[in-house]
Structures are given as structure tokens and as C-alpha cells.
Ligand binder design. Sequence first.
Ligand SMILES: NC(=O)c1ccc[n+]([C@@H]2O[C@H](COP(=O)([O-])OP(=O)(O)OC[C@H]3O[C@@H](n4cnc5c(N)ncnc54)[C@H](OP(=O)(O)O)[C@@H]3O)[C@@H](O)[C@H]2O)c1
Length: 328
Amino acid sequence: MHHQPDSSRYAHMKYRRCGKSGLFLPRLSLGLWHNFGDIDSQENARSLILRAFDLGITHFDLANNYGPPPGSAESNFGRILRENLAGHRDDLIVSTKAGYFMYDGPYGDWGSRKYLLASLDQSLRRLQLDYVDIFYHHRPDPNTPLEETMTALDHLVRQGKALYVGISNYKPEETRQAAAILRRLGTPCLIHQPKYNMFERTIESGLTSALADEGIGCIVFSPLAQGQLTDRYLHEIPKDSRATRQQFLKTDAVEKNLPRIRALHALAEKRGQPLADMALAWVLRLPEITSALIGVSSTAQLETNVKVLDRLDFSPQELAEIDRILAS
Ligand SMILES: NC(=O)c1ccc[n+]([C@@H]2O[C@H](COP(=O)([O-])OP(=O)(O)OC[C@H]3O[C@@H](n4cnc5c(N)ncnc54)[C@H](OP(=O)(O)O)[C@@H]3O)[C@@H](O)[C@H]2O)c1
């Protein structure tokens, strides 16, 4: 059934230019790593996409392997677009990636031209789209020449299968080298996708300055540390939470972080916003960050998270207090 989008959706959201490109991204983007596979409720997945779109979230991030099973998040997202958002392709920024293990044999992993070209064709078939807006190399490959991987990205843009290209999980020096090759090929690197949150600050030592120098935008993943930087785990490990599944987020890691989570929660309360919003505002405070790439399992979480836009500023004292808590 066609969804009638909220006509005020663009007023809800703020948008920022991605690096030195002409492309604007929403300050919050939605990732489909969890909650959009065949194992998940399809009605919930549909509600999340449509609610996000109505809140002005124009950017949806996928990868070939998101599911489970791998590939099913792309198929499910493609179906929801066709069933509910037909006619809105030009209002959406859809990204996907290849670089982690996807299929058996020597051609379904890492960074060869063979893998990247085949994988994007497979993604487009699952998504039932003619092109993606952004195609990423998902992680650096130490055993494939960077020239080969970057030339494959450039080729996909020239074929019209991707409008822009990006890289993910590349270190600062690898990023500068990739950017130089892409610039020479005539397909600038649009965006980098690293992990960044209060518990994982590696990008502050070198990556953000490389991105500023190169004019590359930055969309940070797991800004809520997979849900730890929210009220989700304050009192218990809920049965329906990511930590309960013990796969990507372990309960012992959550328990170890709990004293800091509680102290951050108290500070967020003083600021008058939920911890989730303080954690998102904190990643968005850096001028290099274009967008925070969140995951959600309910529309209530989505609605809480977009409220970050009401309170993005920090006093120097608050920032110092956050540093003190994180060091404790
Ligand atoms: N490039 C890469 O290598 C890479 C790696 C990882 C992720 N990513 C991308 O980044 C996206 C986001 O990653 P992520 O899911 O780890 O991000 P995240 O935003 O740090 O964590 C999302 C989880 O936090 C919880 N949550 C979110 N909002 C909440 C709220 N207001 N209150 C309570 N709990 C809340 C939910 O957990 P529950 O499910 O427990 O409710 C949700 O599933 C992915 O979907 C993917 O697109 C990329």
C-alpha cells in the first residue's frame, strides 16, 4: 500500500553537506544491520522505514551481508520501497557495501575487483534498484592493491550503478592513499564510515583531520555503542535487547561499562535530555561529522533519537565532565 509521507518531514530534520561534495545527508541516518532480516518482524521493519522517512531521515544504510540471512535486509528494504514508497526514489539516499565475507569460494570476500563488481550487481538485484547512491568498500584489504579496489569503485560509478563511493573502517593513512587514487581517477571519495561513540574515540587521533584535509564527509556507525549509551541497560539486560543475543554485544561488556553509563545518564538528566540524545549530540559536535548512523528496534527509539536536534550544544564544563566520566 502506498504510504503518504508527512509533508512537513524536511522541517523535522537538519541536513549537512557531505564533505566538499554537493550531496546533503540528514544529521541522523538509519542503518539496517539489525532488525531488517528475514528473522525479524516485517511489519516492524516497515514501520521503522516509514517512520524514519516521515521524520526526514532520507538516508538508509545497508551492506550485502546484512540480515540474517545475509542479503535479506537488502531484499526486505527493496520490497518496502516498492510497496510503500514507490515514486520516492529521488528523495532517498540508499547505500550498500561489500568487503566482508558474503559467499563461499575465493571471490566472495575482501577487496578484489571481481568481488566488488559481482557483489554490487547482486545487491541491486536484491534491492530491485537500478543504482545505489553510495557504494562502499566495507573494510581495507591488506592483500589486494588499493589501486585495484579503488579502480573497481570508480568503474561502478562510470557504469551508473553507484552515484558516489565511500570507504569504511580505513585508517588515516589508508584513507589518504585511497582518496588520492580516487581523485586521480576522477571519482572523488564522498564519505568515510568509521565507528565512533563515547567508548570508541580512535577517529579523534588522525582520521578526522585526514577527512577534513581531503574534503571527505564522515558518517559514524554505532554512535550509541549498540544501545549501551541509552537507558536500555540501566536496570537490567532486557530479554529483547541486542546484548541478550550475545553475538555483537556481550553482556559482560555492558556490565563493565554500567558505572560510566549511569554517570552519563545522570549528566544527561541534568541537561534535560535522554542519554541517547546526549550521546548522539556528542558525536555530532565535531565539525567533520556529517551524520550519525543509528540503529533502532522500535519507532519509540527512533522518535527519542531524532529529538537530539533540539539540544546539540555542550558547555565546556559538560564536555570536561563527560571526559572525566569516560576516564573513570
Ligand atoms: N561499516 C561498518 O563496518 C558498520 C559496522 C556496524 C554498523 N554499521 C552501520 O551502522 C548502523 C548502526 O549501528 P548500530 O545498530 O550498532 O548503532 P547504535 O545506534 O549504536 O545501536 C543501535 C541499537 O541501540 C538501541 N537503541 C537505539 N536507540 C535507542 C533508544 N533511544 N533507547 C534505547 N535503546 C536504543 C537498539 O538496541 P536494541 O536492538 O537492543 O533495542 C538499537 O538496535 C548499522 O545498522 C549499519 O548500517 C556499519
